[in-house]
Write a protein that binds this ligand. Structure first.
Ligand code: AMP
Ligand code: GLY
Length: 426
């Protein structure tokens, strides 16, 4: 079949690498793609925010399946627009993507269905939000309701910072995303990323992973899109996975179906594993980045039939198999990220790095300039590896990182520390 993948990050390169290896894939196109994806797919300069242009492209290229990587087109309803034109697309409808597009929507769904999550209130103006913060006291979490490209969550140090975060959001500092604000309880525990493949009715758990959101070693500094990940996450024991399915994912699927918005696609639950069990921090309605890079390294089954089964409501008797190996990815970013950074610096040594046993390099913000690969974004490369243990995968990934010559880039040196500590019995 002819497949179109939308997106240009490390997640999309990992998906492209997987889709390209499927026996079902004939022609494979990615829009807009990056320098690494160009080795797996034909890359086309299509504006994925322009749904009419995407629909027209699919028609003229006889696309059988569209796989949507990022959240923005999902929340904007690209799956509905493709469906209206008779084109099959993997991912949720606009109304089901509210699980990511509106934090208030998800919190209310949790409250109505007894899904464990942080206690909260929703606000549409600053004064009542501040009064609630004063009543609850510190620590507390302030969230913009809508999509804010990872900048919408503030964990203030004190009351003054909390109040100025509320003012910033209502004064339009995050655009329309902050016109409504959720204030919620601060949860204590260990975070994990949990993924389930859904077809509107059935949800099947994928592998678990752990992300490293802070920019600096030892989980310090500002939040980023994610500086590295590994899978499986040891905190997601079989018992914790079963509880997450029964207490969070299954009730969400049931509630979405009951309100006429059945959820299809990947449901990505950001979890806090607390002393009372798993609690939902937030939902994303797509694959994670960089979690997908490690998930795809561990996936043994063909992904494409699973994506089609999700679209067609056929996951009931579906099974996905995973390699028992661990996988880990280190993100290399341009110096300055998540703040300002420069584009255009040259990256060398990628071929030598890619030859190390078990290593796969997934590009994010890269661009081909003749024979050269240049940096073209904040997160630029994912140096990923498989191994018998997280520790082995980690050693291989950093061996590859050390072969890459890119003075304008940096990475964390401690990706996987929580799992490695456990493996050592620490
Ligand atoms: P998000 O941008 O929604 O992924 O949130 C960013 C990060 O903020 C999460 O990964 C958590 O580390 C943290 N966070 C969000 N909500 C809470 C909460 N209620 N309690 C503790 N930490 C939180
Ligand atoms: N790694 C977190 C995300 O994809 O949002």
């Amino acid at each position: 079949m002819n497949i179109l993948l939308l997106g240009s990050g490390g997640r999309e390169h990992a998906l492209a690498w997987t889709v390209a290896s499927s026996t079902l894939t004939d022609r494979f196109i990615c829009a807009p793609g990056n320098a690494g994806i160009a080795r797996e797919a034909e890359c086309v300069a299509l504006d994925i925010a322009d749904h009419a242009a995407v629909v027209a492209f699919c028609k003229s290229n006889k696309i059988d399946l569209v796989v949507v990587g990022p959240e923005a087109p999902l929340v904007a309803g690209i799956v509905d627009d493709l469906a209206a034109a008779g084109i099959k697309a993997f991912g949720p409808s606009k109304s089901a993507a509210r699980l990511e597009g509106s934090k208030g929507f998800t919190k209310d769904l949790c409250r109505a269905n007894n899904i464990p999550t942080a206690a909260y209130e929703r606000f549409t103006s600053a004064e009542p939000a501040k009064a609630y913060v004063r009543k609850q006291g510190m620590p507390i979490v302030i969230k913009a309701d809508g999509l804010a490209a990872g900048k919408g969550v503030i964990i203030p140090e004190g009351l003054t910072e909390a109040e100025s975060a509320i003012d910033m959001m209502f004064e339009g500092g995050l655009g329309a995303a902050g016109s409504e604000v959720v204030v919620e309880e601060f949860l204590v525990g260990e975070e994990a990323s949990f993924f389930a493949l859904c077809d509107g009715e059935t949800a099947i758990p994928l592998a678990s992973a752990q992300d490293h959101k802070r920019v600096g070693d030892g989980d310090t500094g500002p939040n980023t899109g994610g500086m590295g990940a590994y899978s499986p996450a040891p905190v997601m024991t079989p018992e914790m996975t079963a509880r997450t399915m029964n207490e969070i994912i299954v009730p969400t699927m049931r509630a979405m179906k009951a309100m006429g918005s059945p959820f299809k696609g990947v449901l990505f639950a950001g979890l806090m594993i607390t002393k009372d069990g798993p609690k939902l921090i937030e939902y994303n309605t797509r694959f994670g980045d960089p979690e997908t890079q490690v998930l795809m390294l561990r996936l043994m089954s063909d992904l494409v039939p699973a994506l089609i089964a999700s679209c067609d409501g056929q996951l009931k008797n579906f099974d996905l198999r995973w390699y028992p190996d661990a996988a880990l990815t280190v993100v290399m970013a341009a110096k300055g990220y998540p703040g300002d950074y420069r584009r255009g610096s040259v990256i060398e040594g990628l071929d030598a790095a890619g030859e190390i046993e078990g290593v796969e390099i997934f590009h994010a913000g890269t661009k081909a300039d003749g024979e050269k690969i240049t940096a073209n974004g904040g997160r630029v490369l994912n140096v990923a590896a498989r191994g018998k243990s997280v520790r082995e995968a980690q050693a291989r990934a950093y061996q590859a990182v050390d072969k890459i010559k890119w003075p304008e880039g940096f990475c964390r040196r401690d990706i996987g520390w929580q799992a490695v500590k456990r493996e050592k019995g620490g």
